[in-house]
Design a protein around this ligand. Structure first.
Ligand SMILES: Cc1cc2nc3c(=O)[nH]c(=O)nc-3n(C[C@H](O)[C@H](O)[C@H](O)COP(=O)(O)OP(=O)(O)OC[C@H]3O[C@@H](n4cnc5c(N)ncnc54)[C@H](O)[C@@H]3O)c2cc1C
Ligand code: SF4
Length: 585
């Protein structure tokens, strides 16, 4: 890998803030256009293979894979009954982690909540401050959006349409598929367009039973569409093809990088162009503005380790710090020309925040598989995806928009869903007998993008670096709660129809934020009065400023966002490079 030196006295063509899915993609596309790019990342470059240890057996780990004793990961109840930054009651835990940081393998990837406080309404905010951000540990379900999402307002009258259609982004989805690799099976569904898939994984016995039963109900179950290369990528020497090692299930990333992550998928290849300089431990605290022109002139950042302050300049600034952090940064960047925060003449920065509601689901047993020999069911990057079926041809009387289910079945390294009780040999026998018959699924539903769901800056609380913390004003609404009731009912109905023995049906809604799919805080639109960015994720107010992460989404859809984040970003960066060459920025 070619590491270019960082030169803080130089004016770069572009500064990219954040190195996750969005920042990595911006670095890749802009360097491939020949631009000189500086990538600033708040966290460290971790020796990621040593962190993930995907093939380590639990008995080889001193904590059996759990967190060390001086650390604590927040539980569901702790999110709902304690106020962040979690003072009294958590004194013993030197390191306080989000719910997702509950294993020894993720402890250095997710942030220490104490150093990164936030305030306001309940929110399970998962942040990964390190090179690659959340892509090091993402679940890899890689789905496209369709005009059912981009033009959702035309269908039900709620919110706004996106300023683009599927045909605008489709060529970029194709580019992302081919550059990064994705596995799945074509289904020809208008509301969930197909990708250019590599070798698919196989559904197992109970999954096929469910698929066949759902087909009779007009519902579609398909193989998990994973952002994983199953055939390998000849153009990328940093990634291996998937060997189906059975480690994906263990709450962590893929240490051979068959699953997409931003460093090996995008950043290292971008470095090899010789056009990318990377500075980690660089916490950007402000986007600076030229007092004459009002345009972005660069950024101010603090070195994470030395706490020293630096300024660096560029012709274009690209914000890719993830939806919530990007909004925070825009709000922090107040100046005489932009007193409300940068790119915020509309007052919409931080607003229209949306995500996915989670919780309802079902677990059961395929009775014909109880007592059968174990099979290698976690030797693949995912189980199944049950696609949206509400508000497509017919209107649901109680809610608008839709939801899908993620699920899986069969034997795994850690047996799932067993209701066995007791201890000793009899208990083990019971677990063995039932685990291969397990089948379960959980729903992800669209949370409506509403102006009144927003984040702003807390006037008092600051993070470890003295930067004002984010404050949430965010709650699920009636539409989401009615949808959650339906999720529970349909989950049960579908398992019953498949003939599964139901072990548990849950209607409990998880804390806001649990889905880790954040969107909408700087939405795109054609009207600068009601939107922050244009269709190329370019600020209406500041033409050399782009926000290329999930902030730009106009609604959340119910499909996972990361493949769309990267496709939109690719499209915007092609436009940016062209505009820069023409002298328009
Ligand atoms: C456990 C888990 C499972 C997931 N599963 C899925 C899934 O199945 N499908 C899906 O589509 N998505 C999934 N996601 C979400 C997915 O990871 C995110 O959508 C994606 O990573 C967003 O990319 P991003 O670049 O916007 O943010 P990130 O990947 O979070 O990257 C942002 C980067 O910016 C850096 N940064 C933040 N603030 C600053 C600052 N001030 N200065 C400098 N740098 C800064 C951060 O340190 C970070 O590295 C999952 C996430 C998690 C954690
Ligand atoms: S199943 Fe494939 S993608 Fe998942 S950890 Fe194993 S090699 Fe990586």
């Amino acid at each position: 890998m070619v590491e270019s030196e960082v030169n803080l006295t130089k004016t770069y063509d572009a500064i990219v803030i954040g190195s996750g899915a969005a920042g990595g993609m911006a670095a890749h596309v802009l360097t491939s256009h020949g631009l000189q790019v500086l990538l600033l990342e708040a966290g460290k470059k971790l020796p990621i293979e040593r962190e993930l240890r995907s093939m380590e057996w639990p008995y080889d780990n001193p904590y059996r894979g759990q967190l060390p004793p001086d650390s604590h990961s927040l539980s569901f109840n702790e999110y709902t009954i304690r106020n962040p930054p979690y003072g009294p009651g958590f004194e013993k835990a030197k390191h306080l982690k989000s719910y997702i940081g509950s294993s020894d393998y993720l402890k250095n990837i997710v942030v220490n909540e104490r150093e990164n406080p936030f305030t306001g309404t309940n929110y399970a905010w998962v942040r990964a401050r390190c090179l690659g951000g959340k892509t090091n540990i993402w679940g890899r379900l890689a789905l496209r959006l369709s005009d059912y999402d981009f033009k959702a307002k035309d269908r039900d009258g709620f919110g706004e349409n996106w300023p683009i259609s599927y045909s605008d982004i489709a060529p970029y989805y194709d580019k992302v598929d081919l550059y990064l690799g994705i596995t799945g099976v074509k289904e020809n569904l208008p509301y969930l367009p197909d990708s250019i898939f590599q070798r698919p994984t196989k559904l197992n016995c109970a999954e096929v039973t469910l698929k066949d039963s759902l087909a009779k109900m007009g519902r579609v179950l398909t193989q998990y569409r994973a952002g994983v290369t199953t055939d390998g990528l000849k153009h990328n020497k940093y990634r291996s093809r998937c060997y189906g090692r059975g480690a994906c299930e263990r709450k962590g990333g893929c240490d051979i990088h068959a699953a997409f992550d931003s460093p090996t998928g995008l950043i290292y290849p971008a470095m090899d162009t010789g056009n990318l300089a990377l500075r980690t431990n660089a916490v950007v605290r402000e986007i600076t503005v030229d007092p004459q022109t009002g345009k972005a002139s660069g950024v101010r950042f603090i070195d994470n380790q030395t706490m020293k302050d630096y300024v660096v300049h560029a012709k274009v600034v690209i914000v890719a710090a993830s939806t919530l952090e990007s909004a925070r940064l825009l709000l922090l960047s107040k100046s005489r020309q932009h007193p409300n925060g940068l790119a915020n003449s509309s007052g919409h920065v931080g607003h229209n925040f949306c995500e996915h509601i989670m919780g309802p689901g079902v677990a059961g047993r395929a009775k014909n598989l109880v007592g059968k020999p174990s099979t290698l069911d976690d030797g693949r990057p995912g189980g199944f995806y049950l696609t949206r079926f509400r508000n497509l041809a017919e209107k649901h009387p109680k809610f608008i928009r839709g939801y899908g289910f993620e699920g899986g079945s069969g034997s795994t390294m850690f047996p799932r869903g067993t209701d066995a009780h007791g201890f000793g040999a009899a208990f083990k026998e019971e677990v063995r007998k039932n685990q291969g018959a397990f089948v379960g699924m959980g729903a992800f539903g669209e949370v409506l993008a509403r102006y009144e769901n927003y984040v702003d800056l807390d006037p008092f609380v600051k993070d470890k670096w003295g930067i004002p913390a984010l404050r949430f004003h965010y709650k699920f609404g009636d539409n989401e709660h009615r949808m959650a009731e339906d999720m529970k009912e349909t989950a049960q109905e579908m398992f019953e129809a498949a003939g599964f023995e139901i072990v548990n049906v849950s209607g409990r809604v998880l804390t806001e934020g649990w889905s880790i799919h954040e969107m909408g805080t700087a939405r795109m639109g054609s009207d600068p009065k009601t939107s922050v960015l244009n269709q190329f994720q370019q600020s209406h107010d500041v033409k050399n400023l782009f926000v290329v992460d999930g902030s730009a989404f106009v609604n959340a859809s119910c499909q996972n966002p990361t493949w769309t984040i990267m496709s939109l970003c690719w499209r915007s960066c092609d436009y940016l490079a062209d505009e820069l060459k023409k002298g328009n920025l």
